[in-house]
Design a protein around this ligand. Structure first.
Ligand code: ASP
Length: 329
């Protein structure tokens, strides 16, 4: 059986077979999903499988975690069938596809772009902000000006199929102040975290955000500490889901800080979800998920509602893992 088929038909089995047995929890948290030795990459959602493969081409050759996460999420940004990341992403209420992305390395260097239009790979621009400017974040027209000056690839968005869907949506949704519904189709950011052969950590996060959002809206994904946080002293975490709720608890930073206190990755992700649950009376449609790795190679994920999964790639192979969750829809 081909490896992909193996995953599709035996995700859980695959996950269990390729990871080392979890060791007894040495932490305050009760559980973690696994531990791996050597390089490791973890990404949100099914699209993480292909993205991880991109990252693995770098990691398996001894490349850095930073290069790996950039290469990895570029796969998703370039996937024209993906409606929530990159060129194939859905637009906002005014018909503009506005992209958000950030990147961070374990030594706390980071770069971010938000509300960026017309660039094929926002993650490249985010990395350039980190490496070629004195700043952490550029947004909107300024981010675009910088990206064009740096010679990054442009792309026309929305692509025709997406434009057609948008026009239909506009006809059916005259009240533009109505809260757009969140579902699996309109919010699926790719967040990726990796550890390389030298134990260095990095992460990347990129999205077209909440479909049909207000023009100008920015979610958690490009916000360092919300959509992504990495600290080589501890570990890395990234988020997906309703960005507004994740920003309010500085979600990914929260996960890393909980791990700093000795809490295992899965339990730290769970506590960040529980914090969101405690702060929100109305949980309708409020899906959020986190994934995390610690500097020792332990990893885990957790979501508020069922249905969140994440992709793993390490020396033993790949797997798609269903995250534990607090409640059913
Ligand atoms: N977190 C993203 C945002 O709020 C969307 C998602 O992950 O689904 O823009």
């Amino acid at each position: 059986m081909k490896r992909r088929q193996f995953i599709r038909f035996g995700a859980i089995l695959g996950a269990l077979s390729l990871v080392d047995k979890p060791k007894a929890s040495q932490a305050i948290g009760q559980s973690f999903s696994g531990k791996t030795d050597g390089p490791l990459v973890l990404s949100t959602w099914n699209h993480g499988l292909a993205a991880n493969e991109g990252a693995w081409q770098v990691l398996s050759k001894g490349g850095t975690a930073l290069d790996a996460v950039e290469k990895g999420v570029m796969v998703t940004e370039a996937d024209l069938t993906n409606r929530s990341v990159g060129v194939g992403g859905r637009p906002d209420r005014d018909g503009h596809v506005t992209l958000d992305a950030c990147i961070m390395s374990g030594d706390s260097r980071c770069g971010s772009v938000a509300f960026l239009e017309g660039l094929a790979h926002p993650i490249n621009v985010a990395r350039a902000v980190m490496e070629r400017t004195q700043h952490v974040m550029l947004v909107g027209a300024g981010a675009k000006k910088f990206a064009l000056e740096q010679g990054f690839e442009t792309a026309k968005m929305p692509i025709p199929e997406v434009k057609k869907d948008y026009e239909k949506w506009r006809k059916e949704n005259k009240d533009l102040f109505k809260k757009p519904e969140i579902n699996h189709e309109n919010h699926d950011t790719i967040g990726m975290i990796a550890m390389d052969a030298n134990g260095q950590l990095a992460g990347a996060c990129t999205t077209s955000g909440w479909a049909y959002k207000m023009h100008g809206r920015v979610g958690d994904s490009p916000i360092i500490g919300a959509g992504l946080f990495v600290d080589e002293e501890v570990g890395a975490a990234t988020a997906t889901g309703l960005g507004e709720a994740i920003v309010r608890v500085a979600g990914s930073h929260t996960v890393v800080e909980l791990m700093r206190q000795g809490i295992a990755p899965e339990a730290a992700c769970k506590e960040a979800c529980m914090r969101i649950i405690r702060k929100n009376k109305d949980l309708t449609g409020l899906q959020c998920g986190f994934i995390a790795i610690d500097k020792n190679g332990n990893y885990g994920g957790y979501s508020i509602f069922a249905g969140f999964n994440y992709a793993l790639r390490n020396n033993a192979g790949e797997a798609l893992i269903d995250a534990k969750f607090d409640r059913n829809w």
